[in-house]
Ligand binder design. Structure first.
Ligand SMILES: [Fe+2]
Ligand SMILES: [Fe+2]
Length: 343
């Protein structure tokens, strides 16, 4: 196991990533203070909504609301030109999702379906890793997921001021667990950094951004989109319900994969912890957070369903990308993995 640098530096943020097209090049150049300026209005509207360029530009713009980037002034977070571009890019992303997901079934039916094991396990990443996963695939999986797990539960916290009563109290209770219930060493983001160290990965925040495909970026951007917009509070709750409902069985399989490959105790611990905790969280989120929100604001039911379905859609695409690469014996990453020496 390598030394843990907790993944949570208070001072310098991660380095700005390599651009993947005109849009992301403009954003990165603007944040680096280089001449050239941002793309003109309307450019994001023409970009491929799920493509690398738009997803990376959006990811970088959203990251200004989390930890930012090394060398980028904090005040860039509220720069009106950057916000204008962010809005265009997220509108493009959101409109594409909406077009793919017209009205779905009711909330109960949608949430109930999450608890049913998929008939076709051939497209499930956790089933694949449980049975066939090799250490290098677990390393890739952790590197990709680190873009979320090193800020685990952060985007969901934004919804709390937009909730009332039962929903607010229950959401805060679940988030309290995610943030370690008062103990820094138990913060789930920290447990994930420990897992990464067991796998010989770099644990600093945002380190694997250049390695991450658009499908991963889209899953993280979805949470930021839902979290940052009050009008999407129903969708954010739907997203959270999906995460909590699917986490426990998926975590059991991933814990088995970690044990089978001898990944290490912290690698097992992260997923073991989620088997127990999320079985409880799923109940609380479904009954109190979703139930409480819809008791207060029943008109948000279609948004909750949209949040669940959008999450499922993007996870399915990510799964397909990973499994296609791995079954061919190929890397799922954009850049080779920098595994720490001695691991
Ligand atoms: Fe967690
Ligand atoms: Fe949880």
């Amino acid at each position: 196991m390598t030394g843990v640098d907790t993944g949570l530096p208070a001072d310098a943020g991660p380095a700005l990533p390599e651009p993947r097209g005109d849009l992301s090049a403009g954003v990165v150049a603007a944040l680096a203070g280089e001449p050239g300026g941002l793309p003109p209005p309307g450019e994001a509207v023409r970009a491929e909504p799920y493509g690398d360029d738009l997803q990376l530009a959006l990811y970088v713009l959203y990251e200004l609301h989390y930890r930012g980037f090394s060398g980028v002034p904090d005040r860039a977070e509220w720069d009106p030109d950057l916000l204008r571009l962010r809005r265009e890019a997220e509108d493009r992303f959101f409109t594409a999702l909406r077009a793919e997901l017209p009205d779905g079934p009711g909330v109960e039916e949608t949430l109930g379906a999450l608890l049913v094991e998929p008939a076709d396990r051939g497209n499930s990443v956790s089933h694949y890793l449980q049975r066939h996963g090799e250490l290098w695939q677990l390393q890739e999986y952790a590197a990709l997921r680190s873009l979320y797990h090193l800020k685990e539960a952060d985007p969901h916290l934004w919804v709390i001021p937009r909730l009332n009563g039962r929903a607010k109290a229950a959401m805060a209770a679940v988030e309290f667990d995610e943030f370690g219930a008062g103990r820094a060493e138990e913060v789930h983001a920290r447990l994930f950094a420990d897992l990464m160290a067991d796998l010989g990965l770099r644990t600093s925040y945002g380190y694997y951004l250049d390695s991450a495909c658009a499908e991963v970026l889209a899953t993280v951007n979805l949470m930021s989109l839902f979290g940052l917009h009050r009008r999407l509070r129903g969708a954010l709750v739907g997203h959270f319900a999906t995460v909590e409902a699917t986490s426990s069985p998926g975590s059991r399989r991933l814990a088995q994969a970690m044990r089978r490959t001898g990944a290490g105790p912290a690698a097992e611990r992260f997923y073991d912890e989620h088997v127990e905790a999320d079985a409880v969280h799923e109940q609380v989120v479904r009954r109190e957070v979703v139930g409480g929100l819809l008791a207060d604001e029943p008109h948000l039911a279609p948004d909750v369903v949209f949040g669940v379905r959008a999450t499922g859609l993007l996870e399915e695409r990510l799964g397909r990308r990973l499994l296609t690469a791995w079954r061919a014996g190929a890397t799922s990453l954009r850049a080779p993995l920098a595994v720490a020496p001695g691991s």
